[in-house]
Design a protein around this ligand. Structure first.
Ligand code: NAD
Length: 420
């Protein structure tokens, strides 16, 4: 490696250029190496990763593992030379396996990650990090003691439009950040079809508390990462409401959640999700006194033009057009001025998806770069800085959201779970 071009670790997740330099440097250093992997959990997300791995030359899938035979079969079909396992411990202890890619249900993340790290294997585990805060802490400690690579599936950290957005925020383009609004709306029951009724708990694990944290760990864990990424701080209090409001079908996790994260300086971050109306889709909106960024869309809105120039424009338009055709609202007519609400794309060739796909975006949302970087980290030992810490806290915030909703009380951020 040419150390003259070594990237500054502290800036990699805060600047698109620094991120690109890191990825290039890591790839350069990994050239010619092989990352020998076991895929554990070969359901939807596992197969999405499997197909991406086929396009990553340095990745070699030497083992596949799943407890559900039809899912194992589809992985065997894709990797006929790989060894097939039904017990994850056998896959971990396979001497050919150097690292594991875990895409199984949330309840299995901690036991599989811990077993792999303790066996001296590198780990990529899908988000959310774990099902409980205790497990998150145990993973973090085991990771630090292991000296191995740990990646968690937070692809926003590898998505150019998010990195550009964070860079603009840090450059002050939005002014002082005063709020972060996260929302994720869908309109479906989140159920998957069964081959036989006894498969319910394996296939529909997302709906049961023993295996899932519901909307908070499945969706919010991605968006709540914006809290540490943007504010670089932790909330002091969390409060919210959760209900099984619409899909009363025997599920145990909320289908409607609203959570508020309150920060020591009075700023907030919110997360809201319902799965019985999809009109507003999903986004993470960062609000500053000078502008707003819709992170998932990559669109910037400036508070300027000022109300005075809006009025000027309104007057100019009314001079040019038939006044009858103009849209005039009451005290606030801002949403009806088209040019003003359009948003400025923050990158050329923006790749945007609607967030409704449960396994992966149709366009690249950073997932492939994340996987590629993991393989390169396995080969070089050089990991994406801050990824584990960001994943740790995003999971903790998601779990604290569930706690406040379950206990109907304001929950302070627990000091014993602070890691930095
Ligand atoms: N990063 C993202 O955008 C993203 C998108 C979708 C899913 N995910 C995450 O990926 C994970 C899997 O989600 P999914 O939609 O693929 O679920 P899925 O149900 O389709 O697949 C999970 C697989 O894990 C297997 N499994 C369960 N316990 C196992 C064990 N002990 N050993 C081996 N295999 C086991 C199941 O049989 C199943 O095949 C979840 O953590 C989810 O949150 C992340």
């Amino acid at each position: 490696m040419n150390t003259n071009h070594s990237t500054d670790a502290s800036t990699v997740i805060y600047s698109l250029d620094a991120f690109k330099a890191f990825m290039q440097e890591q790839a350069q250093e990994a050239l010619g190496g092989k990352a020998k992997l076991a895929l554990i959990g070969t359901g939807s997300r596992g197969m999405y990763h499997a197909n991406n791995l086929l396009q990553i030359p340095q990745a070699e899938v030497v083992a596949v593992c799943d407890i559900f035979q039809p899912h194992l079969d589809q992985a065997v079909k894709l990797f006929p030379k790989a060894k097939a396992y039904t017990n994850y411990l056998d896959a971990i202890h396979d001497p050919n396996v150097e690292g594991v890619l875990i895409s199984s249900s949330l309840d299995t993340h901690a036991p599989i990650t811990l077993a792999a790290l303790r066996a001296g294997k590198h780990v990529f585990c899908e988000k959310a990090m774990a099902r409980t805060m205790e497990e998150c802490k145990e993973i973090y400690t085991a990771y630090q003691e292991s000296g191995k690579v740990l990646y968690i599936g937070l692809q926003r950290l590898f998505d150019p439009k998010y990195l550009k957005g964070i860079e603009l925020i840090r450059q002050g383009v939005l002014g002082e950040i005063v709020d972060i609004r996260n929302y994720w709306y869908r309109n479906n029951d989140w159920r998957r079809p069964l081959l036989k009724p006894s498969d319910e708990k394996i296939i529909n694990w997302r709906l049961y508390r023993a295996t899932s944290g519901g909307l908070m760990t499945e969706l919010a864990a991605h968006q709540l990462q914006l809290g540490t990424w943007v504010y670089q701080d932790l909330p002091d209090y969390v409060t919210g409401f959760g209900d099984i409001m619409y899909w009363k079908d025997g599920r145990e996790v909320y289908d409607s959640v609203s959570v508020i994260y309150h920060y020591p300086n009075g700023k907030r971050m919110t997360f809201e999700s319902i799965i019985s109306n999809k009109h507003y889709g999903m986004d993470e909106e960062v609000l500053g006194n000078k502008g707003t960024l819709e992170m998932a869309k990559g669109l910037l809105y400036l508070e300027e033009p000022t109300p005075a120039s809006n009025i000027l424009q309104f007057i100019q338009e009314s001079e040019q057009k038939n006044p009858q055709s103009l849209k005039v609202a009451g005290s606030s007519w801002r949403p009806e001025i088209l040019y003003e609400t359009k948003g400025i794309p923050i990158l050329e060739n923006l790749q945007v998806h609607d967030g409704s796909n449960t396994t992966g975006a149709a366009v690249d949302d950073g997932s492939k770069g994340l996987l590629e970087s993991f393989c390169n980290a396995m080969i070089t030992g050089k990991s994406m800085p801050m990824l584990v810490e960001e994943a740790y806290y995003s999971c903790l915030l998601a779990l604290l959201g569930n706690q406040t909703m379950d206990e109907h009380r304001i929950v302070p951020f627990p000091d014993e779970y602070k890691i930095r």
